[in-house]
Design a protein around this ligand. Structure first.
Ligand SMILES: [Zn+2]
Length: 507
């Protein structure tokens, strides 16, 4: 049995223990205390700021038979059930993983039944913006005339995606990023409770990297303490490995001259809360290093081969210009993207520029099985795929179970989930194969210091049980990507002679 994650072990059980959301918590607790709960609440705000924890406390308090100053009493049958194996009247729906279809299907009939154990029946819907339209409609019908004993608690990171008809029926509370000093104080308290020596600078750095999310901060602390003492130097080391996972795809797409890949990589970096200015500086620093390597003849295996000095200078100037423009009022993300795309154009490999940059969509489908893919299959003994097997399914078509894995991962650590932004997944009878679009993502995943692989496997096993997982580098990079041969060459440069990397993780 693996050790339980810190963020789970230190999840607040009472309103009084919630960090940094004073307004929402005070109002909700007061509503419980005075028995004036509304029928539907919406908790909106960034990831890891306590929405799910508050939703659970509120659910427990609402179902409790004798709330204690607005807190769940912890002693009545309802509270004992909620803290034990499960509560018949508290239904948690994770809209992100199953999109709520099953749970919501007969919602309208089920809400009519009186609660069994608690004072109320409570539906907690996490990531509610991901519900299907049908599921929303089922909720709406119920929200129009909710039975007196029913309480809905919706949580979302993206309230703007909710239908106005739902918004207008909910009391809304906005959760905010937690200020750094509060995060540091909480990290300090957890470290002490764990009997850990932790450098103050290390905790400050963890808090700074967590973008106001307590869950991310605790996950990072978890990861640092798993590998040794909690020192500033180790935190810096681990964060470096994490950043590399976001930076490398940006640089790779830029060197490939692949605008679609570039925007995708920027999106992933944004999702993980990276600052546009820092990203620009990191990319510029990386390009500058490559240029210097090239000047001194140390360049090896870079897509497109060596560039003329003028191309490097033009690319770096585009980045510098973008950095300067970030001080203005234009949307920073757009400036970042423009600067990167311009730099990519400046560095576009000549032979790639000569080739047709917009091949027809069918071009990839008729290709024979690409060699890396075929090789990987040969090694793993996976069954043959249909003729179109090398054409990757878009990420939106990931198998439902794998999406559940990613959702768990996202809940645990955003950075790890970001590595799976562009993968193709094949479910076999006894193994699941994950094809990576970016070799760098696989490289980061495999980096022991990063802890990504262990975390992924934990979530994977939660969903797939004893199935094995195989990694492989996907050879084609989409319709605008480089040729199969150049990708294979690049993969070889990254991984050495044993490409494609193919590791079978035993379940
Ligand atoms: Zn109770």
């Amino acid at each position: 049995m693996p050790r339980q994650a810190l963020y789970r072990r230190y999840r607040p059980r009472r309103f009084a223990d919630v960090v940094g959301q004073d307004v929402a918590v005070q109002v909700l607790r007061e509503a419980v205390r005075r028995d004036l709960l509304s029928h539907a609440y919406l908790l909106a705000g960034p990831r890891g700021t306590g929405k799910t924890s508050v939703a659970r406390i509120l659910a427990e308090a609402a179902a409790c038979h004798a709330p204690d100053d607005g807190e769940p009493c912890g002693r009545c049958p309802s509270c004992l059930a909620a803290e034990g194996t499960g509560h018949l009247d508290i239904v948690e729906i994770d809209a992100a993983s199953n999109r709520g279809i099953d749970e919501v299907r007969d919602l309208r009939e089920r809400v009519l039944h009186a609660p069994v154990l608690g004072r109320r029946k409570v539906y907690v819907v996490d990531e509610v913006h991901m519900l299907t339209t049908e599921a929303f409609n089922a909720f709406l019908k119920t929200l129009e005339e909710p039975p007196a004993h029913v309480l809905f608690i919706f949580a979302t990171t993206e309230p703007h995606k909710l239908p106005i008809t739902v918004l207008s029926r909910c009391q809304r509370y906005d959760f905010h990023r937690i200020p750094e000093p509060l995060l540091v104080a909480r990290l300090r308290a957890v470290a002490e409770a764990e009997g850990l020596e932790a450098e103050e600078a290390a905790l400050v750095r963890i808090a700074g990297a967590s973008d106001g999310g307590l869950r991310d901060a605790l996950s990072l602390l978890d990861q640092v303490m798993a590998g040794g003492p909690v020192t500033d130097a180790r935190v810096r080391d681990i964060l470096g490995a994490l950043d590399e996972g976001l930076l490398a795809p940006v640089v790779e797409a830029l060197l490939r001259g692949d605008p679609a890949g570039l925007l995708e990589a920027v999106d992933a970096a944004y999702d993980a809360g990276r600052d546009p200015r820092q990203l620009l500086r990191d990319v510029a620093r990386r390009l500058r290093d490559m240029w210097v390597q090239e000047l001194f003849g140390a360049e090896g295996g870079r897509p497109g081969g060596p560039r003329p000095t003028a191309a490097w200078i033009a690319a770096l100037e585009h980045l510098a210009e973008a950095e300067a423009r970030l001080r203005g009022t234009f949307p920073p993300r757009l400036i970042l993207e423009l600067g990167l795309v311009k730099a990519a154009e400046a560095l576009a490999p000549r032979e790639a520029a000569a080739a047709d940059p917009w091949p027809t969509a069918s071009a990839g489908g008729d290709e024979p099985a690409s060699s890396a893919v075929a090789e990987a299959k040969g090694i793993s003994g996976a069954p043959d795929t249909p003729a179109t097997g090398t054409v990757p399914a878009p990420a939106s078509e990931l198998p439902a179970a794998f999406r559940q894995v990613l959702e768990r991962l996202r809940q645990r650590r955003q950075m790890t989930a970001a590595l799976f932004r562009q993968v193709t997944v094949e479910e076999g009878d006894d193994a699941v194969t994950v094809w990576f679009h970016y070799p760098a993502h696989l490289k980061v995943l495999e980096d022991e210091r990063s802890g990504h692989r262990a975390l992924f496997l934990e979530c994977f096993r939660d969903v797939y049980g004893p199935k094995a997982v195989r990694w492989a580098v996907r050879e084609d990079a989409g319709p605008r990507g480089p040729s199969a041969a150049s990708m294979l060459e690049r993969a070889r440069a990254v991984f050495g002679p044993d490409v494609p990397v193919e590791i079978v993780e035993e379940g």
